[in-house]
Design a protein around this ligand. Sequence first.
Ligand SMILES: [Zn+2]
Length: 53
Amino acid sequence: MAISVVCDLCKKPVLLEKARINELGKAVHEQCYVQSIRASKPVGPGERPKPSV
Ligand SMILES: [Zn+2]
């Protein structure tokens, strides 16, 4: 029996066995999870890992 929950990111149903649990403890699609990780990691020309003084 498949249990489905609502993805916390896109608000669409996702099978619990296919879902990922994010850092908030919410079930999300694996794809949505990956996108949320990318969104929370800004990697761009404005990002400076080492402060050069
Ligand atoms: Zn989703």
